[in-house]
Design a protein around this ligand. Structure first.
Ligand code: NDP
Length: 245
């Protein structure tokens, strides 16, 4: 029996990429999933796929920029399964571009989704974890938190903020809550298509085709953290393609 058996895991950004791969892997290992993202049609298909394989999952539409949507996600977990064991704060956007482009709406989106979205998840799950005296926050940051590259200033800033939030959360969490931050390098997802600057998009897509690793690589790292005994807190995991500088 997997250590994940029957754990109730909510995942934001579950409709594609890393979130979707994580949902599939955790369901296969016996977790009960509560899936959130904006594209409900994709979530419904994912739930059907999990159920066909004998797993358990429910979904609800979540826009992480809306505080109340995170409360609904956590409430759905408690309604359907009586508890929430893990919140995977994974939703993120990366419409990267040089600062000179002044794509200020996209700067706002990166702050709203990547930073405030994570905060909204913490606000919704922390009181529940305190009440249960157990719970695990897993958050997807990025290796951009360690290395800022041209075109990535705002995105990297959002992930540095995630790193700081999660470290602060870890220090405040106390002996019964676990906090894991995952730092993926280049992963083959829809993420590479996000830039509205054509030249940047072409460069990123080229690099993706050359070196990116499948999203399942990150799902396995998340499963590793979840499967540890309760007194073992895996705090930070960095997973890069071997070929990434
Ligand atoms: P995808 O674009 O495939 O997935 C992003 C997910 O986030 C989608 O499910 C999307 O769902 C969701 N999302 C975006 N905006 C919102 C929102 N406002 N509310 C709720 N959900 C939202 O990319 P990845 O799987 O690669 O990205 C997942 C995480 O991994 C992100 O945090 C990203 O920053 C991080 N990351 C990715 C790397 C990569 O190379 N791919 C590298 C390092 C980190 P929907 O549109 O349906 O809402």
């Amino acid at each position: 029996m997997s250590a994940l058996n029957d754990k109730v895991v909510a995942i934001t950004g579950a409709s594609s990429g890393i979130g979707e791969a994580t949902a599939l892997l955790l369901a296969e290992r016996g977790a009960r999933l509560v899936l959130g993202a904006r594209r409900e049609d994709r979530l419904a298909k994912l739930v059907a796929r999990i159920e066909e394989a004998g797993g358990t999952a429910v979904h609800t539409q979540v826009d992480v920029t809306r505080r109340e949507d995170l409360h609904s996600l956590v409430a759905l977990a408690r309604e359907r399964f009586g508890r929430l064991d893990v919140l995977v704060g994974n939703a993120g956007v990366g419409p990267i571009s040089p600062l000179d482009d002044l794509r200020v709406d996209e700067w706002d989106a990166m702050i709203d989704v990547n930073v405030k979205g994570v905060l909204h998840g913490i606000a919704a799950a922390l009181p529940v974890f305190r009440e249960q005296q157990s719970g695990h926050f897993v958050t997807t940051a990025s290796t951009a938190a360690f290395r800022v590259l041209p075109s990535m200033a705002v995105y990297a800033a959002s992930k540095v903020a995630v790193q700081a939030l999660c470290e602060g959360l870890r220090q405040e969490a106390g002996p019964s809550l676990r906090v894991t931050t995952v730092y993926p390098g280049f992963v083959r997802t829809e993420f590479a298509e996000a830039s509205s600057n054509g030249e940047v998009r072409r460069q990123i897509a080229g690099l993706r085709d050359e070196i990116a690793i499948p999203p399942d690589s990150i799902a396995r790292a998340i499963a590793f953290a979840l499967e540890q005994p309760d007194d073992v807190d895996v705090n930070e995991i960095v997973v890069r393609p071997t070929a990434q500088a």
